[in-house]
Design a protein around this ligand. Structure first.
Ligand SMILES: NC(=O)C1=CN([C@@H]2O[C@H](COP(=O)(O)OP(=O)(O)OC[C@H]3O[C@@H](n4cnc5c(N)ncnc54)[C@H](OP(=O)(O)O)[C@@H]3O)[C@@H](O)[C@H]2O)C=CC1
Ligand SMILES: CC(=O)N[C@@H](CCC(=O)OP(=O)(O)O)C(=O)O
Length: 345
């Protein structure tokens, strides 16, 4: 059994980590922090965890995280970078669900996140936590930068085409939609029921921080110069993410060969389901599960491939992926504790 701590246990990705880790056979939850709820039993705040988690929240300055084998940071950007150096020095592995270690370039991080980076010495070492494209680095890592939710869909959707060199890498387009839980549990006007329900809007059209993350990682993984136009939208559902990705073919290729490319790429990926050509994956087919589903389309058999990708933003887009990384880091089977089937309806 490994001892696990969670910093930021009162947020959506924090409670999702608790849901996944409480029944995990190799995990003993040892510390769950909250600045505001010090001393409150976790199950008093989240009754769904009654009988599963008997710990109380402790304030981050009281929790002895150095006792843990691994600490998850389910916190806003800037928190993990302040504590990771000390934890790593004490031999504790760190998995950050925020963006502190996702961008290798400090200046790019500071430009998009508008905070100074206080642990730039760790940027190079951090392993990007996308197991399907970076499994070997994750297995050896002591520090994981868990990907953003949108970047997970975009990278897994575009990667097989880029790797095969059959699309124009400089002109990728991603039209993505997220459920409101993607914005977190903190109180904000934009996520009030009367603002976000019965409503639909784009945001970040002139620049979203997931564009540099996705482009930089795809560039690293495929060694190609990537140009990406990404527009996120907020949809009136709680969980779920849908990406409609467009790529221009630069050569003649059959639909069967396109499909075979994706099936071969993800044959051994337990959490990527390549659906039949022309299928329409639904977000609810992933709700509560760590599955990401992909389907390919070719309108009018033209030279544009449309890739549809769905996932649960809180599971494969955040906490499930983080647990998948933890399993790899500690040598557990990759799917341990992650076999939940999606919830329907
Ligand atoms: N929601 C999603 O779908 C996804 C989120 N992420 C990323 O994961 C991280 C967490 O997101 P989410 O759970 O949605 O956020 P929430 O706003 O729901 O939760 C944030 C948590 O962080 C704690 N916290 C806030 N500030 C501090 C601080 N200075 N020190 C210690 N703890 C702090 C809060 O607890 P308290 O105030 O009680 O201390 C709370 O538990 C973010 O970086 C987000 O960008 C990534 C992918 C998807
Ligand atoms: C709906 C919504 O607001 N979604 C968030 C992304 C959530 C996420 O992946 O977070 P980080 O990359 O910041 O960790 C957003 O667009 O900012």
């Amino acid at each position: 059994m490994i001892k696990v701590g969670i910093v930021g246990g009162t947020g959506y990705t924090g409670v999702e980590l608790l849901r996944l880790l409480a029944p995990h056979p190799e995990v003993q939850l040892t510390a769950i922090t909250s600045r505001k709820e010090d001393g409150l039993p976790v199950a008093d705040m989240f009754p769904s965890l009654r009988g599963h988690v008997d710990l109380a929240f402790s304030s981050p300055d009281k929790a002895d995280l150095t006792e843990c084998d691994v600490v998850f940071f389910a916190t806003p950007h800037g928190v993990a970078m302040a504590q990771a150096p000390e934890l790593l020095a004490a031999g504790v592995k760190v998995i950050d669900l925020a963006a502190d270690f996702r961008l290798k370039d400090q200046a790019t991080f500071e430009k998009w996140y508008k905070i100074p980076h206080t642990a730039p010495q760790l940027l190079e070492e951090a392993a990007y936590g996308l197991p399907e494209l970076n499994r070997e680095e994750i297995q050896k890592a002591r520090l994981i930068a868990n990907p953003g939710c949108y970047p997970t869909t975009m990278q897994l959707g575009f990667y097989p085409l880029l790797k095969a060199g059959i699309v124009d890498a400089g002109n990728l387009i991603a039209d993505c939609k997220s459920g409101v839980s993607g914005a977190g549990r903190k109180a904000e006007i934009g996520t009030l029921f009367s603002e976000s329900s019965d409503n639909f809007k784009a945001y970040g059209v002139h620049g979203h921080r997931h564009t540099p993350e996705t482009a930089a990682q795809l560039q690293r993984f495929t060694e190609q110069q990537v140009g990406l136009l990404f527009t996120p939208h907020l949809v009136p559902m709680i969980r779920g993410m849908h990406a409609t990705l467009y790529a221009r073919l630069n050569q003649d290729i059959s639909n069967e060969a396109l499909q075979a490319l994706f099936e071969a790429q993800y044959r051994d990926a337990e959490f990527v389901d390549v659906m039949p050509f022309g299928a329409h994956p639904e977000t609810r087919s992933t709700r509560g599960s760590n599955m990401l589903r992909i389907a390919l389309h070719r309108p009018d058999n033209g030279n544009t491939v449309v890739i549809l990708v769905v996932q649960d933003n809180l599971v494969k887009g955040a906490s499930g992926q983080a647990v998948q990384c933890m399993n790899l880091m500690f040598g557990f089977p990759e799917s341990t504790g992650l076999k939940q089937i999606a919830l329907l309806p």
